[in-house]
Design a protein around this ligand. Sequence first.
Ligand SMILES: [Zn+2]
Ligand SMILES: [Zn+2]
Length: 144
Amino acid sequence: MGGASGVRGKELSQVNHLISKAEICVPVKQGVLNEVDRLTDKIRLIKESCSHDYRFTGPVYLRESLEKGVYILYDASFPSTLRPKHVLKCQKCSEETELNITKTCPHCLGEMKEDKRKGYIYFSTFPYHCVKCGFKGVVNVWDQ
Ligand SMILES: [Zn+2]
Ligand SMILES: [Zn+2]
C-alpha cells in the first residue's frame, strides 16, 4: 500500500510542477521586434526589391544526343521527380530558383525557343535552341 501511494504522490508532484510552470510562463510581447526579427524583415525586403542576377549553384551535366552538338535536356519518360534539378542562386540576394530548362538556356541563361518536333518510330524529340548563344537541346518522349 505504501508503495502505491508513493507512486501517486510522485505523479501529483509532477502535475503540480507543470501547473506552476504554466502559471509563470511569460507570453511573447506583441509588436516588439528583436534583432533576428528585424534582419528577417530586412532580408525579405531585399529579396522583394531585387533585380535578380541568377547564376548556377553547380555545374550542369547533360548527355549529348545521337545528333552531335545537341544535348538531352531531359527524358519525359522519367517521372519529373527523377529529372536532374538545376538550381540557380541570385548573386545579389541569395534567392534560389529552379531552372526551367526548356525556357532558359542551361549554357548562358538566354531564352530557349521551341523548334519543330521530330517523330520517329519509337520516340519523338522536341528540339529547343537558345536565341542568344545557339545552344541546342531536345526533350525525348518515348512511346509506351
Ligand atoms: Zn536577387
Ligand atoms: Zn544560351
